[in-house]
Design a protein around this ligand. Structure first.
Ligand SMILES: Nc1ncnc2c1ncn2[C@@H]1O[C@H](COP(=O)(O)OP(=O)(O)OP(=O)(O)O)[C@@H](O)[C@H]1O
Ligand SMILES: [Mg+2]
Length: 466
């Protein structure tokens, strides 16, 4: 950095002007006190030279200072220039350096704040879309990116969401109106429900965004609401059917069949069966609600899954024999200790074996295999995928299950063939109970089925470290 040079004639002129009072005093001394003219002249020239030197240094410092300040203002990082020690210019330079440090600190704080705001914007659980005055997308956060599947910056909101209600609300807010909100449903690509809100942001020199749209995904909540309503309707229906049968028979026994001993015998047997069905249903519902209540606590005890599997197979053997079927148990040599609750795991084994026998081929074989898992499915919880696991597989040779039914099989009361399941005494809650128990054990349930060949239900659980 070089300071501009000062022309000598200009310097001298200033020095001459500044030494005029001294020249006047020297002239007076020549006239009154007889000071020799040459001496007076010499003294004046010395004064001019000293003043010129002083001015030159001050002007040079000022020029260097101004050049440095301009460089800093333009964002430069130059160190302070060489200035006359202990001069006013040096003091100004030190104040400017202090100001620069304070400014740099403030800039650092602002940058950190901007980064923090950015993180917050990205991490908010709702989808956020910033809009400019022309209703164009300025920026979207990670949730919005995941929702729309691509970055829509620069596009009109109408290209992102075609819902007229949302576009009207955006237009009103962008025209200077207050915040607007509402809800809408999407059908494609997926059925989803959203609550939306558009808030004015006000103008800022930092961004062209003047409004923010917030989208809250209500799909899961709505699904839960629907499931709860369905559940109550289904449970009532399931209870009402045997109850109606019971009441019908009571009326018959009190009326037309009052004195018919043979009818009494037959009807009481049916009433007993219907009563047991209601009791079973209530037991299953209570069991399901207990499992759900415990679902967030992983069992602490370590149990031997092999013993549980063998016990379940022994218990179901008579049922299999009644169908001329057999249960084949294959237990691996390796330890199959898992962290779990024994009676709940027994319920899993019992429900899967019961289904395999019930829906399996009469005279067929149900194969139960227990051993180390070679591979844990990708959909399984991360903890299960990260360590050694055991897999329990129950395979039957039944009719199999259509692909379209597989995702819904573990829903409460869902049956592929309702009449058949009911005729077999089923409540339609067995697999829902299995799924919740497996969830509580942080395991994974996989269902594979080939129509006409049979089905395999596999439960993968983390192997307990011995
Ligand atoms: N191994 C299987 N093969 C073919 N279909 C099956 C099999 N297991 C279950 N299903 C089908 O899934 C439905 C739901 O099974 P789930 O065990 O939940 O109820 P359920 O057996 O009908 O009654 P519950 O188990 O309460 O006695 C059954 O009704 C049946 O249609
Ligand atoms: Mg069942």
């Amino acid at each position: 950095m070089s300071a501009p040079a000062f022309a000598t004639p200009r310097l001298l002129r200033r020095a001459v002007v500044l030494t005029m009072p001294a020249a006047a005093i020297l002239a007076l001394m020549v006239m009154v006190q007889g000071l020799h003219v040459l001496v007076a002249g010499g003294l004046w020239l010395c004064a001019v030279a000293v003043v010129a030197l002083m001015i030159r240094r001050t002007l040079r410092d000022a020029a260097r200072l101004s050049l440095w300040a301009r460089n800093l203002a333009a964002g430069g990082e130059a160190p302070a220039p060489d200035l006359t020690p202990e001069s006013a210019a040096e003091e100004i330079a030190s104040s400017v350096a202090q100001l620069r440090r304070a400014w740099q600190d403030r800039q650092g704080e602002l940058a950190a704040l901007a980064r923090w705001n950015d993180n917050l914007f990205e991490l908010l659980p709702d989808a956020l879309v910033l809009l400019d005055e022309e209703r164009r997308v300025v920026r979207v956060n990670a949730q919005a990116l995941a929702l729309f599947g691509r970055d829509l910056s620069g596009r009109d909101l109408a290209a992102v969401l075609r819902t007229p209600q949302v576009l009207d609300a955006a237009d009103k807010v962008l025209a200077g109106g207050p915040a607007e909100g509402g809800s809408f449903d999407l059908v494609v690509p997926l059925e989803q429900s959203f609550r939306f809100r558009i808030d004015p942001l006000g103008r800022s020199p930092a961004s062209t965004a003047v409004a923010v749209m917030t989208l809250t995904d209500l799909t899961a909540i709505k699904r839960m609401e629907r499931m709860r309503a369905d559940f109550v309707a289904n449970a009532s229906h399931e209870l009402r059917t045997p109850l109606a049968t019971l009441l019908g028979f009571i009326d018959t026994l009190r009326g037309p069949a009052k004195d018919d001993a043979e009818a009494h015998e037959r009807f009481l047997a049916i009433m007993h069966e219907q009563g047991s069905r209601m009791a079973r249903l209530i037991d299953d519902l209570l069991s399901l609600s207990r499992i759900e209540a415990d679902e967030h606590t992983v069992p602490a005890t370590v149990v031997d899954l092999a013993r549980i599997v063998q016990g379940g197979a022994d218990a179901l053997a008579p049922l299999a024999q009644a169908k001329n079927a057999r249960i084949l148990v294959n237990l691996a040599q390796e330890s199959c200790m898992v962290r779990g609750q024994a009676d709940q795991l027994a319920q899993v084994v019992q429900n899967l074996l019961d289904n395999a026998v019930k829906y399996g081929r009469p005279g067929g074989t149900v194969t139960v295999t227990l051993g180390p898992a070679d591979r844990v499915p990708d959909q399984a919880p991360a903890a299960l995928r990260s360590g050694p696991a055991v897999v329990l597989a129950v395979e039957d040779q039944g009719e199999g299950i259509g692909r379209e039914h597989l995702p819904r099989l573990t829903e409460r009361f869902y049956r592929v063939d309702g009449a058949r399941s009911r005729a077999l005494g089923g409540t339609g809650l067995g697999l829902a109970i299995v799924k919740h128990i497996v969830n509580r054990h942080r395991g994974h349930l996989a269902i594979e089925s080939v129509e006409g060949r049979g089905s395999t239900f596999s439960v993968t659980l983390t192997l307990a470290s011995s």
